[in-house]
Ligand binder design. Structure first.
Ligand code: NDP
Length: 253
């Protein structure tokens, strides 16, 4: 990985360092200020747009920039890199074009443009940087690659199952929040985030590239404080919230 970093053009290193600084600042800030969308949405964050379209706009750059980056850099992708590129594209095709249309909560749900603009910038750079790194991914260690892919798929399974449980809490048009039960909700308040983190850790392990590693770290920086905010919010909102449930890591935290 060190060689990939050293041999990369300066613009790539600057972009990755910018993402790292953004991730670190977000991590610190998000412990004090919850990102203002979903249950933490509040006024004072400037103009908004419908949440559904916010999701499409935010996540589409990941799909498009990875695809464009692969067309640009990826003429001779190895089989392993092609598999990782396919998983990345499939995840973001779902997240940008399917997930937003499964959301329930009524058309009144909005998102601040500010959060969308930050996400568009991050996802665009992240998509190109990961495409570039996949195009020059060195030979892999089969066991580590296999373990990484297995972790990615486990993360996807946990994330989708947890999101499915959340989405099924509301009937069409309903917007209230309820206590989720079942699956990993028995142990933690945010299994969808836990799954998402495992997923990108698995991707980073399999790819062993700087861009994949920075993205996995960013995902932790973004979702760990948000899991904490969700957990606290559940305790404030529901007196009967299960006391033994942790925030993000089963039995630990
Ligand atoms: P949340 O868990 O906050 O919400 C997911 C959906 O379920 C929303 O539609 C939400 O409605 C609804 N919901 C949540 N809790 C309840 C409840 N108790 N009762 C009823 N409905 C509920 O997840 P996010 O919106 O933050 O994220 C969505 C997906 O995107 C997740 O899979 C997450 O992992 C992924 N993601 C990935 C990121 C990354 O860095 N890679 C960053 C952010 C998200 P409402 O919108 O009304 O709150």
């Amino acid at each position: 990985m060190n060689e990939l970093w050293v041999s990369a053009p300066p613009i790539y290193r600057s972009a990755i360092l910018a993402l790292a600084v953004f991730g670190l600042l977000s991590f610190i800030l998000l412990f004090f200020v919850s990102a203002p969308y979903g249950r933490h949405h509040r006024s004072g964050w400037g103009p908004t747009l419908p949440a559904r379209w916010g999701w499409v706009l935010m996540e589409l750059p990941s799909l498009l920039c990875m695809a464009a980056g692969l067309l640009w850099f990826g003429a001779s992708l190895s089989l392993h890199a092609a598999l990782l590129a396919t998983l990345f594209l499939a995840h973001y095709a779902y997240r940008s074009l399917v997930f937003p249309f499964r959301l329930r909560g009524g058309s009144a749900k909005t998102k601040p443009w500010l959060t969308v603009v930050f996400a568009v910038a991050f996802n665009g750079v992240n998509g190109v940087a990961n495409a570039f790194d996949l195009s020059r991914m060195p030979a892999v260690e089969p066991l580590i690659f296999g373990f990484g892919i297995a972790l990615f798929l486990l993360g996807v399974g946990i994330n989708h199952h947890a999101d499915q449980l959340l989405l099924s809490l509301r009937k069409p048009g309903e917007s209230a929040y309820k206590i989720p039960y079942g699956g990993l909700y028995r142990y933690i308040s945010a299994p969808n985030y836990f799954g998402e983190i495992l997923q990108w850790m698995g991707f980073a392990l399999a790819a062993a590239t700087p861009a994949a590693l920075f993205f996995a770290c960013f995902t932790v920086c973004n979702l760990l404080p948000r899991a904490r905010s969700h957990h606290r919010w559940y305790h404030e909102k529901f007196e009967e919230y299960p006391a033994e449930r942790k925030a993000l890591i089963p039995f630990v935290w």
